[in-house]
Design a protein around this ligand. Structure first.
Ligand code: ATP
Ligand code: MG
Length: 346
């Protein structure tokens, strides 16, 4: 049996280089080897963007386009929309019964996001609970691996704790009926603990030096045309100590150099390092080199995007078929969960 993989992205805007290098390009590789489920987390978009939902349908379509543009193949993986699979909500509710509040209050993103997104009122029940919804999103597919960026590691850790607690309370007992009465009954976990899979660039910086994030307005999008990529990178923050063109810079503290490490060839990186540390080149030139590499990386992605953009009914059909497959798999887990928790079968 192939091992299983699950991950998702929020439709809070079009996808960016951070989503791609932190997770999506890994998903594209994994689909060839594993049974993969990838979803658009529209309920999660509501946890921060509940007061204005006007963009949600469009963003959901755009993320689907980005998934397909990046190379996810509906023949090789299941692509679906979270809100179409109501079982996620059911498992979230059941998890809420067994999860101590303190576990959610101490998730680092709870305080951090409230700090970063000050303009939004995130003192809501849904926002506190979103990592638990995420635990349900994950565990309902009983996956072995969850390929995500660095910011999600704490959430997968919580997911593992929730699984452990669930399995302690509600073990699946293999009785004599199964082991021919020779051995005592054994308990096996219904919800195995999944592991995180990180890429080499799990936290790509945005143009302001913070984590590149759809919500921070610091992104380079997978769908940005070349002039926009260059325009966005031009004012990107650099080594703050390099004030004048004649000052030598330190690539190790420069977010632009972080992008070089991910996108540029070894020669370009060496040239940029040498030019920066000797003040032989200015930051503008250095940024134009990284822009060249990014534009080249995006070209095949954008070509695939154009194909799907001109065939919207194909995209709709892909999601519809994926929703049905995801629902069938999620229901399989829920049958076990309901029975273990003493609930009537649906
Ligand atoms: P939002 O600001 O709305 O939360 P986001 O840009 O953080 O959007 P998510 O949908 O929350 O994107 O995350 C999708 C996936 O992309 C997750 O696995 C996350 O860890 C990863 N990811 C997001 N930003 C980055 C980044 N800058 N570098 C690496 N991975 C990232
Ligand atoms: Mg995020």
């Amino acid at each position: 049996m192939r091992k299983r993989v699950l991950s998702g992205m929020r439709p809070t805007g079009k996808l960016h280089l951070g989503n791609y290098m932190g997770a999506l390009y890994n998903w594209v590789r994994l689909q060839h080897e594993y049974e993969c489920y990838f979803f658009i987390a529209d309920w999660h978009a509501l946890t921060t963007d509940y007061s204005d939902v006007s963009k949600l349908p469009e963003n959901t379509r755009e993320v689907a386009l980005d998934f397909l543009a990046a190379g996810l193949d509906p023949e090789k993986c299941v692509l679906f929309v979270q809100s179409a699979v109501k079982q996620h909500a059911e498992l979230h509710l059941l998890f809420s019964m067994i999860t101590p509040l303190g576990w959610l209050e101490r998730v680092p993103s709870y305080k951090d996001q409230q700090e970063q997104l000050k303009e939004k009122d995130l003192a809501t029940y849904g926002f506190l609970g979103y990592p638990l919804l995420q635990s349900a999103d994950i565990l309902i597919y009983q996956p072995d691996f969850v390929p995500v960026g660095q910011d999600q590691v704490a959430h997968v850790e919580l997911t593992r704790e929730v699984a452990r607690r669930f399995n302690q309370f509600y073990p699946k007992r293999l009785t004599a009926e199964f082991n021919v009465g020779v051995l005592p009954a054994v308990d096996i976990p219904i919800l195995p603990e999944p592991k995180v899979l990180l890429t080499p660039s799990p936290k790509l910086p945005g143009t302001d030096g913070r984590k590149m994030s759809k919500s921070y307005g610091n992104t380079v999008l997978l769908s940005d045309p070349e002039p926009i990529v260059r325009q966005k990178l031009k004012p990107m923050v650099t080594d703050p100590a390099r004030v004048r063109r004649s000052d030598p810079g330190n690539p190790e503290v420069c977010p632009v150099f972080d992008l070089h490490k991910v996108f540029s060839s070894a020669e370009t990186q060496a040239k940029a390092r040498e030019g920066c540390t000797t003040a032989g080149i200015g930051c503008i030139e250095c940024k134009s080199w990284v822009a060249d590499a990014i534009v080249a990386e995006l070209a095949p992605i954008q070509e695939r995007r154009h194909h799907y953009e001109s065939n919207p009914s194909v995209v709709k059909e892909i999601l519809h078929a994926g929703n049905l497959r995801a629902m069938a798999r999620a229901e399989q887990t829920m049958l076990e969960v309901r029975s273990a928790m003493g609930l009537a079968p649906a």
